[in-house]
Design a protein around this ligand. Structure first.
Ligand SMILES: [Zn+2]
Length: 218
């Protein structure tokens, strides 16, 4: 968990590589569905383009189908990013995981103060093709406006534009409090200070995952 601009996408991918566990970002899943014009893609396109929350009745089955595919590969787990985003999604996820004899083991929350998030988001640019993100201040692409990874053009997401950021953060915070409360009750929450150099944040996240792995195998 983490607000837009908290670094959770970057950190999630790093954790995935470190532990050799697949990484599933709901944002990537939606982008892919829209690009491939699947049934889900056409249903969610207008929400994503307007920066709105995709309704639970579309989001939950989409993520579950993807997770089932990952279970069949019988790996050691999945790192989820951007899902569940509402309390209803968290409840639905728990039910589906229980049916598959699985469970959430740890919820990592990257906390970053609001003024820092606003500054980060205003300088963020996203690849139109692969979804990679760049920061014109701290992580600029090699060539201006071009993705280092795939060569496609970069754009500023509508909801990263300064006037939209503040509203987006308050909506996000409201939902995050509900989801966080749900997992806190289950004793799964782990708060990580995300307003530090990326390497320190990664080290803390790795330690928190190790900690829960130790508990689950004890
Ligand atoms: Zn790209």
């Amino acid at each position: 968990m983490g607000a837009p601009g908290s670094g959770k996408g970057t950190q999630g991918r790093l954790l995935s590589r470190h532990f050799q566990i697949p990484y599933l970002a709901s944002g990537d899943l939606l982008r892919r569905a829209i690009e491939q014009q699947t049934a889900l893609g056409t249903q969610v396109q207008s929400y994503v383009e307007r920066g709105l929350y995709v309704p639970d009745h579309l989001m939950v089955p989409a993520v579950m189908a993807e997770l089932e595919g990952m279970y069949r590969q019988d790996n050691g787990g999945v790192i989820l990013d951007g899902f569940p985003r509402t309390r209803e999604q968290a409840v639905a996820l728990d039910a589906a995981l229980a049916a598959a004899r699985r469970a959430i083991q740890r919820v990592l929350h990257l906390f970053v103060p609001k003024d820092v998030l606003i500054a980060r988001l205003a300088s963020r640019w996203t690849c139109s093709h692969c979804g990679a993100t760049y920061n014109v201040l701290t992580k600029p692409p090699g060539a201006e406006g071009i993705c280092d990874l795939c060569g496609h053009s970069l754009f500023q997401r509508v909801d990263d534009q300064p006037d939209k950021v503040e509203r987006r953060l308050s909506v996000d915070l409201e939902k995050a409090i509900a989801v966080g409360g749900y997992y806190h009750q289950q004793g799964l929450m782990c708060q990580i200070d995300g307003n530090r150099p990326a390497g320190e944040v990664t080290a803390d996240l790795i330690a928190a995952v190790r900690d829960c792995q130790a508990v689950s195998t004890a």
